[in-house]
Every structure is written in structure tokens, then in C-alpha cells.
Design a protein around this ligand. Structure first.
Ligand SMILES: [Zn+2]
Length: 206
């Protein structure tokens, strides 16, 4: 695509790096911005810069936050003794949308995936095990997607926490194998959280 301006081309190339945005869409977005008041572009770029500079990750659960502790962990009406373990922040949002879960979360930041070189030490597993060791946890719910990597990760964590006398469960698999949590509909996801099953009986099904 031949563009009449280097400045335009630079902006298009930046947009085109975003997932799901091809060169054509990028051009449409950039031309749209050019037709709008300059202040709109300034607000857009300022909000992106501010987000990138100031965003924090909750020191307790690793969720995205505006403060050292996220809104969910800071909410005293939530049951801090029930932890739902998820892969990333999108899963937190998906489960929060169901409105059925009143505990707190632990965001791993991925799944164990030897092929892609992701080992346990690159994930937020240590801080979860520490929380369990400290003794204030009554239940850990595994809510990773049911892929091989998800199952491997669940089992790795389970082995480390099983001797601390807490309940471990997994979300009921109304969600088809390989479905990512964020794509599951809210009713199905909410139901699978309510009808969670003991982790050990889920292993027998494997
Ligand atoms: Zn938190």
C-alpha cells in the first residue's frame, strides 16, 4: 500500500502491530483520527501513556490494579479464604461478569508450557503456595481452561498445596475441552463455578 505521507505511514504501521488490526483497518483508524479534532488524538495518546506508566499489578493476586492492592482484594465483603486460580486477568473479568463468585483470585500469568519454554518459575505460583502455607486459606478452586497445559499446571500446584489440609476443587467442565474461559458464556461459567467438583475426582476422569 503506497501512502502519500511518511507520517501517515508511521501511524498506520503502529496501529497495524495490534492484534486483529490489518493495514487496511489501521489506515481507516488513522484517517478517522485525522478527521476528528486534534484534541481527540491527544486524549487517546495521553490515556495510553498514562495507563502504561501507572498501571500496577496487585501484590496479593497479580490482577491489574490502580493501587498496590486491587479492588477485589481490598473489598472486605469478599471471602479472602476462597481463592480462584486463573490464567490471566481476562479470566478474572469473565468470572466477575457471572456475579456468582464472592471469593478472591490468584492470577498465574500463564500456564506451564514446556514447548513454549514456560516453566513454573515464570508464573505466579510461588506466591499462591505461600498464601496457602500461611494458613488463612480454606479452598483453592482451579479455573484454568481444560487444555493439557491447564491440567499440567493444576496438577503441579495441587502437589504443592495438597498437604496443607485445604479443600481443592475444579470448575465443573460444562465448558468444552480446549475452550478458553474468556469465551465461555456467563451462565455456563457461573454454573460451573457453583457446581465445582473436588480436584481429586477430576483427576480420575482424566
Ligand atoms: Zn488483588
Amino acid at each position: 500500500m503506497e501512502l502519500p505521507s511518511k507520517l501517515l505511514e508511521n501511524a498506520v504501521n503502529e496501529f497495524a502491530q495490534l492484534p486483529g488490526i490489518g493495514k487496511r483497518t489501521a489506515l481507516r483508524l488513522v484517517l478517522h483520527l485525522l478527521r476528528q479534532p486534534e484534541s481527540q488524538t491527544q486524549t487517546l495518546s495521553a490515556s495510553l501513556t498514562k495507563m502504561r506508566e501507572e498501571i500496577q499489578y496487585c501484590t496479593s493476586c497479580h490482577n491489574i490494579a490502580d493501587a498496590p492492592i486491587c479492588q477485589i482484594c481490598a473489598n472486605t465483603s469478599r471471602d479472602a479464604s476462597t481463592i480462584c486460580v486463573v490464567e490471566d486477568v481476562r479470566d478474572v473479568m469473565a468470572i466477575e461478569n457471572t456475579g456468582t463468585f464472592k471469593g478472591v483470585y490468584h492470577v498465574l500469568g500463564g500456564k506451564i508450557n514446556p514447548i513454549e519454554g514456560v516453566g513454573p518459575s515464570q508464573l505466579n505460583i510461588g506466591t499462591l503456595v505461600e498464601k496457602v502455607k500461611l494458613g488463612a486459606i480454606s479452598e483453592v478452586i482451579f479455573a484454568l481452561s481444560s487444555t493439557m497445559e491447564g491440567d499440567t499446571t493444576n496438577f503441579y500446584i495441587f502437589k504443592q498445596i495438597k498437604d496443607f489440609g485445604i479443600k481443592t476443587s475444579t470448575i465443573a467442565r460444562g465448558i468444552a475441552i480446549g475452550d478458553e474461559l474468556e469465551y465461555a458464556d456467563e451462565v455456563t461459567l457461573g454454573r460451573s463455578l457453583l457446581h465445582r467438583i473436588p480436584f481429586e475426582s477430576s483427576m480420575k476422569q482424566m
